[in-house]
Every structure is written in structure tokens, then in C-alpha cells.
Design a binder for this molecule. Structure first.
Ligand code: NAP
Length: 322
């Protein structure tokens, strides 16, 4: 049995606790939180993050389920000295720097750190690389959604006067169809997606001012076609509690002149944290495998043999999947 520890009990931490039931070779040892463990309502063991090093011999792989902005950059370099880790760090611009730092510490301490797993980065990264390798003369396009973006929803909720809020990212069907038909498109993320925001407002606030404020948030909303819907609390409670998401990676081009080829990969899931948690767990299996063969250091999803993710033995893989 691979003994798993979870660091952080937010959406992802809770989802790992739940989804591990589908991974028969794994068991949850404990979840570690920076809050008072007694304040956490969980059916499994919860310990204080301050005491985590006391459990270094009880855990094979720690899954870091904290936020990418602040938690992982602070926790991961400290934890990798005593544990093997898996995270789904998703700050795309800083992944190369993060990799270098984690690789140095993991090598020095003879540990394995799987970084930036999840679906994007993660499964989508694997597909983007594979698509380019097999279809060099082509263009790759990534579309996210339709789905609820946790990061954009958080930004909306921080605006004064917003009581509850959620943001859905909607990819352009028209642009996807043009790409699938082999037409040239002027792709930028802002042209390829629109944003639908649903908010419940506090009483006596200026609706127009808040709508304008949301639409003008640089980078997150301003470059996108954004629609803000003001809804009632009962509508929000009844219709906006799910966390569905997904997306598409499409590569369209030619294998030779005038001979077209399209390679498309898509994901749809009802619950973003649960799907991400399941990916982290498969990569925790790979981390354990790498550690057992003394293949230390930081690894991305592109550095790990695919079969290390599987529960199956090599013969089974040969007979069923090749
Ligand atoms: N690569 C991918 O495809 C992918 C996909 C989805 C998500 N992600 C990333 O995964 C990371 C985690 O996402 P998440 O949705 O789980 O974040 P989250 O719910 O905001 O949780 C982050 C941390 O905040 C703390 N926290 C949660 N609820 C709290 C509360 N009520 N009061 C005080 N603290 C609380 C927890 O740490 P403590 O228990 O220590 O307090 C938790 O680990 C994000 O960075 C996200 O971008 C990546």
C-alpha cells in the first residue's frame, strides 16, 4: 500500500480524501492543515501542519493541495527535504523556475518531487507535446471550458458589494469549428473565449458600478467579452453550486502538402477538484515508483514513463492497451 498524506484541506484536499477510494493500492495516512485540526470536519485523520515532520516515516508520498500563488511556493521547498511530493502547481509563467529550485533540493535530499500535475498544466501539457512530436507541421490551440473557473470566481467574490459570485469560461464554438475545418484563425485566448459571471449582490449597492468594475479587471476580464448576470440568492443556491470544467487541445495541420491531419483531445468533468485529485493520485503512484528505483529529483508530467501511472503490470498493459 502506498501511504498518502494530504497538505491542505481546501477543495482539492477534500477531493483527494474522497477519490482515493478508487485507488486500491493507496491509503490515506492523514491530512495536514495550518488551521486547528479540531476545527476541520473530516471522516479521516487530521493533523497540524506544524507537526508534519514527525510523520516522515509514515508517509510514502505527500500531495500538496494548497494554493499555487502562495502555499505551494512556501511549503514545497520545505517539505521536499523529508518527503516525496506531488503538486498541481499551475502558475504557468513560473514553472521553469519552480522546477529548478525543487530539482536542486530534491536531488540533494534524495527525494522525488512531481510538479505541475493536474489537467492544465498536466494532461493537456502531455498532449501538446505529443501532438507537436507526431505532427510537426501544424498549429496547436487550447480551449478551456465550458466550465467554472475557481480563480476567476475568487476574483469576483473579492469585489466590494458582491455577496456570492461564480465565473464560467465559455470557448468559442465557431473558432473551434473553423480550426476543425482546417481554416486559418486569429487565435488569442481572449478571442477564443468569453466569460459569463453570475453574482448575488449585497443590498443597496450600485449595480452598474460593480458590473463595470468586474468587466474592467485587467487580464482576467478586460480583454474578454464578459457578461455579468445579477441573480437572486435562491437562483445562485439552486443553479450555481457545481464545479464542472474541461477543455480541448486541437492540433490541425498537414502530414505533407495538401494532406490534412487533425489531432484533438478533450476533457469534460462535473467536478474540477475531484478530477484534478484523481490525476494527482495517479502521479503519486508514479512518484512512489520513481523513488523506489532511486530516480530522484523534480519531474514534470513529461519526464515520467506513462506506465508508472498505472496500477497494472507490464503484461496487462501489453495485452490490453498496446
Ligand atoms: N493543474 C491543474 O489542472 C489544476 C486544477 C485545479 C486546481 N489547481 C490548483 O490547485 C490549487 C488548490 O486549489 P483549491 O481549489 O483546493 O484551493 P482552495 O480551496 O482555495 O484551498 C487552498 C488552501 O486554502 C486553505 N483553506 C481552504 N479552505 C479554507 C477555509 N475555509 N479557511 C481557511 N483556509 C482554507 C487550505 O489550507 P489549510 O488546510 O492548510 O488551511 C487549502 O489547502 C490551486 O492553486 C489551483 O489553481 C490546479
Amino acid at each position: 500500500m502506498i501511504k498518502i498524506g494530504i497538505v491542505g484541506y481546501g477543495h482539492l484536499g477534500k477531493a483527494i480524501e474522497k477519490c482515493i477510494a478508487h485507488f486500491p493500492d493507496m491509503q490515506l495516512f492523514a491530512t495536514f492543515t495550518r488551521r486547528d485540526p479540531n476545527s476541520i470536519s473530516s471522516h479521516s485523520r487530521v493533523e497540524s501542519y506544524d507537526r508534519i515532520n514527525e510523520f516522515k516515516d509514515d508517509i510514502d508520498v505527500l500531495i500538496l493541495a494548497g494554493g499555487s500563488q502562495k502555499d505551494i511556493p512556501e511549503q514545497a521547498p520545505f517539505l521536499i527535504a523529508d518527503f516525496n511530493t506531488v503538486d498541481c502547481y499551475d502558475n504557468h509563467d513560473k514553472i521553469a523556475t519552480y522546477y529548478k529550485k525543487m530539482d536542486e533540493i530534491a536531488q540533494a535530499n534524495r527525494r522525488v518531487s512531481v510538479i505541475a500535475s493536474g489537467w492544465d498544466p498536466g494532461l493537456f501539457s502531455m498532449q501538446r507535446m505529443l501532438m507537436e512530436a507526431v505532427l510537426p507541421n501544424a498549429e496547436t490551440y487550447t480551449f478551456w471550458g465550458p466550465g467554472m473557473s475557481q480563480g476567476h470566481s475568487d476574483i469576483v467574490r473579492r469585489i466590494d458589494g458582491v455577496k456570492y459570485g461564480v465565473q464560467y469560461t465559455i470557448p468559442s464554438d465557431k473558432m473551434m469549428e473553423q480550426i476543425r475545418a482546417g481554416q486559418k484563425v486569429d487565435y488569442t485566448p481572449a478571442k477564443a473565449h468569453r466569460r459569463d459571471v453570475y453574482v448575488v449582490l449585497e443590498e443597496n449597492v450600485d449595480t452598474e458600478k460593480i458590473t463595470k468594475e468586474i468587466k474592467e479587471i485587467p487580464d482576467y476580464f478586460a480583454p474578454y467579452e464578459t457578461t455579468v448576470h445579477i441573480i437572486s440568492e435562491s437562483d445562485f443556491t439552486a443553479n450555481h453550486q457545481g464545479m464542472p470544467h474541461g477543455g480541448y487541445v486541437i492540433r490541425q495541420g498537414e502530414t505533407s502538402e495538401q494532406t490534412k491531419a487533425k489531432y484533438e483531445y478533450s476533457l469534460q468533468f462535473d467536478h474540477n477538484p475531484e478530477f484534478t485529485a484523481s490525476i494527482c493520485l495517479a502521479f503519486a503512484r508514479a512518484a512512489h515508483h520513481l523513488y523506489n528505483e532511486r530516480n530522484f529529483g523534480a519531474k514534470t508530467v513529461l519526464d515520467i514513463p506513462l506506465r508508472y501511472l498505472s496500477l497494472r503490470d507490464h503484461n496487462y498493459l501489453l495485452e490490453r492497451f498496446i
